[in-house]
Design a protein around this ligand. Sequence first.
Ligand code: BTN
Length: 242
Amino acid sequence: SEITYFNEIESTQTVAHELSHKGVKEGHVVIANEQTAGKGRLGRKWYSKSGTSVSMSIILRPELPPQQTPQLTLLAAVAVVRAIKSNVGISCDIKWPNDILLNGKKLVGILTEMQADPDVVHSIIIGIGLNVNQDSSEFDDEIKEVATSLRIVKGRVIERAQLIAAILNELETLYDLYLEEGFKPIKSLWEANSISVGTYIYARTMREVIYGFAKGITDDGVLLVEDQQGVTHKIYSADIEI
Ligand code: BTN
């Protein structure tokens, strides 16, 4: 696949949106050494200073109804977990939908956005931000307590290029599997690496906080939480606290 590389850019996600509009091919990847205005989920900022993180956005063009796009978010999380396992030898946990945690701290954030009409998806842009070589003093105050990096855990600097290649390989393998066999095999892999099903959680949505038992995910990738009155809620977007 083709790669657009920047030493410094505001956000690979923004560039990927522009390239997608211009009609670049599926699989196009935008990578930056440093982002000056990285975007996180729910309008948050994402910190990615020079040389220490992996920041990239991948453009996919599956033929999908919009409600199935969460499946690809989960697919991306599985791909990153597998790449870290094979490349660095560390097992991470996925917290729904797609935070990747190590020792309870955030290692990777994934932001999935789409360009779509009500009934058809034109493209899905998967943004992956991975903390690689930060040491603990390099994280900003706001995230110090909750963030970690591969270097902090492994005690050595990690080669970013190889890790990026591993992630893109895993993504391609899983995406091909998904196109051939659907979401089922991806769902199993996601569940096997997830710490947010089969346990009690708080789900903070835009409107309310739901406390209950996370029963699993649906075939669309939506989280099912049963509250203490026995009512099952479908969670489409939320922050999960375990
Ligand atoms: C989150 O956990 O809130 C998601 C963070 C996603 C960050 C990545 S870094 C590459 C891509 N470009 C961005 O501006 N954001 C995503």
